[in-house]
Ligand binder design. Structure first.
Ligand SMILES: C[S@@+](CC[C@H](N)C(=O)[O-])C[C@H]1O[C@@H](n2cnc3c(N)ncnc32)[C@H](O)[C@@H]1O
Length: 210
């Protein structure tokens, strides 16, 4: 992760520290989850989906984000919830040595470059238990924001922060190379509307097969 990106998000959360309601993606994912399992979130932001999963399931949940200030705030804010831990770390260089049932990434794999995506996929593949699932929602190259800002690489643009718009087939290939099996794939509008925007986003679910 770059220092600029970390500063951008740390600054952002100074004014957006409290979790809002959960994303539509979290609502989509919840029915897949089984009781008394474990899950890691890559890039939890202000913790809205983490709080939702931790409050509505019996899952042991680790929510990782690069922003130490926000992670400290959320660990205080959540109060007594022993099943939920917020951790400050780079999700492309995780050192946690746990085997988990689920991994979850919403709007975060387009925040890192291709190499970072590969490392994250490999880490997830190496740390999912057999039949574990990796849930991903990410911006696509058909996003309305595509092309805004300075172009710094293939599908990579910087406005006030970095975005790398994803080609679905490329991410699927990355997951398969990392040792995962694709079980669900959708690219569509209507999945993550925000204010006046309705970006065409990608949803993927990978399975760690035995
Ligand atoms: C667009 S926000 C999404 C937040 C949250 N998942 C949501 O859907 O509301 C992207 C988040 O990813 C985090 N992030 C980006 N790159 C990261 C990295 N390499 N390691 C950890 N967190 C990262 C940022 O700090 C930010 O909180």
């Amino acid at each position: 992760m770059s220092t600029e990106e970390k500063s951008y998000w740390s600054e952002y959360y100074k004014n957006h520290s409290k979790p809002g309601s959960q994303s539509l993606f979290a609502d989509f994912v919840k029915p897949f989850l089984q009781d008394k399992t474990s899950m890691i979130e890559l890039g939890c932001g202000n913790g809205r989906d983490a709080l939702f999963f931790a409050e509505n399931t019996t899952i042991k949940y680790w929510a990782v984000d690069q922003c130490q200030n926000e992670v400290d705030f959320l660990n205080e804010y959540k109060g007594k919830m022993p099943n939920l831990t917020f951790l400050a770390d780079d999700f492309t260089k995780l050192k946690i040595d746990e085997k988990l049932n689920y991994a979850y990434s919403r709007f975060t794999l387009h925040s890192v470059n291709k190499e970072g995506e590969r490392r994250a996929m490999k880490w997830v593949s190496d740390h999912l238990k057999p039949n574990g699932l990796f849930f991903i929602e990410v911006r696509s190259t058909k996003d309305e924001l595509y092309g805004q800002g300075t172009n710094i690489g293939e599908h990579e643009f910087i406005t006030d922060h970095y975005r790398r718009f994803v080609v679905k087939e490329d991410m699927i290939e990355n997951g398969i190379e990392a040792g995962l099996k694709l079980i669900y794939s959708l690219q569509s509008k209507g999945l993550a509307p925000y204010k006046e925007n309705d970006p065409e986003v990608i949803r993927l679910i990978f399975l760690k097969s035995i």
